[in-house]
Design a protein around this ligand. Structure first.
Ligand code: 1HN
Length: 345
């Protein structure tokens, strides 16, 4: 790889003359923006333990009333991007959100897409586009771009969930904004009931739904049962994985980030190939050893880690007798749409 000319090689007055005209030479920066063979990601393999987050999140519950926070969240920030950027990866934002009994997080909508993976507690719900979605451990609830959403809590214990948003990308695009709204009227119809059975779609008078987001809640009971059934049906299949999709189109549930659930069989070690998108792992049930390049993390329930793109990942079930269930989020819908998706074996 030949060395290119450096900025210091140029006369200082020449560089200064250019800069006054908003001009810069490309060649000193060319290798930086176009490194050889593979990108040099800012995203670092990083782990966040729930046992570390939870006390600080509960403290936030004491320190900051919901009215002063709107959304009471501790952001899982990747140090490789700088903590103030609030990024887990180039396109993914992660946050742990706390809602206390009786609290209300008022209705708004925004351009970034969000999902919530429920971590702990019963009795909270989120109303998305008029559908009241109960929140239970492991449920995945979508808040796609532009849909109204608000959170409430009728239970007795704190409820915590993991928010995953494409905020860094939408912010980078200078397309991020929100609108506050009124409390939503709750509709009787619910997509998680209408689309409760895989392969069977509502078809009133032969017409399929034209809703962009027909299903907003994916209960963990269904996802877990699907994984166990898949594992039993395909004993030779190493990777027991499902994708959260739009049941009308079969496409990814949201436009920019992809969401998956993975089952590690008892004692299993699973090698994931190096792929261009960054990926987030969050343990729903069980525990896993995660090897990301030279980084090693031991994940227990409710722990989260992220891996940069172009990096192979090895997952090992810590339990010899029980399956481990992992929720994953990645940037692959974005990479595929942009034509930069790669798998490297
Ligand atoms: C948001 O709207 C929520 O609605 C949570 O619960 C986290 C982070 C950044 C921007 C908007 C929510 C968010 C967010």
């Amino acid at each position: 790889m030949n060395e290119l000319g450096r900025l210091e090689d140029l006369p200082a007055d020449y560089v200064a003359d250019m800069r006054k005209l908003n001009l810069v030479p490309l060649w000193p920066s060319l290798r930086g923006v176009l490194p050889p063979l593979k990108p040099r990601p800012n995203t670092q393999a990083t782990m966040w333990a729930y046992a570390d987050i939870k006390p600080l999140l509960l403290k936030a519950g004491e320190l900051t009333p919901i009215e002063k926070a709107e959304r009471r969240v501790l952001v899982l920030a990747n140090p490789g991007h700088g903590l103030e950027k609030m990024q887990a990866s180039a396109a993914m934002y992660l946050g742990m959100q706390l809602l206390l009994p009786g609290e209300w997080a008022p209705s708004h909508r925004h351009t970034p897409n969000a999902v919530r993976m429920i971590v702990e507690g019963e009795g909270a719900y989120t109303t998305v586009d008029g559908e009241k979605c109960p929140m239970s451990r492991g449920d995945l609830i979508l808040t796609p771009t532009g849909l109204w959403h608000e959170h409430g809590h009728d239970g007795t214990e704190p409820v915590v969930w993991l928010d995953v948003l494409d905020l860094p990308l939408v912010y980078y695009m200078e397309a991020s904004y929100h609108i506050n709204g009124d409390r939503q009227a709750v509709k009787a119809e619910r997509g998680d009931r209408a689309y409760a059975r895989g392969g069977l779609l509502p078809t009133p008078l032969f017409e399929r739904s034209s809703k962009k987001y027909p299903m907003l809640r994916y209960p963990w009971s269904e996802a877990r049962a699907a994984l166990l059934t898949l594992a039993a049906d395909q004993p030779a299949q190493a990777c027991v994985q499902i994708t959260y999709v739009n049941p009308e189109t079969g496409e990814d549930a949201e436009n920019i980030l992809g969401f998956y659930a993975l089952m590690l069989r008892p004692g299993q070690t699973l090698q994931l190939p190096a792929r261009s998108p960054a990926c987030v792992f969050h343990v729903i049930e069980g525990g896993a050893e995660v090897q990301i390049d030279t980084h090693h993390f031991t994940l227990g329930e409710a722990d989260t880690c992220c891996a940069p793109g172009y990096t192979p990942v090895t997952l090992t079930n810590r339990h010899a007798e029980q399956p481990t269930f992992i929720f994953m989020a990645d940037e692959s819908p974005l990479h595929r749409k942009l034509g930069v998706y790669e798998v490297r074996n």
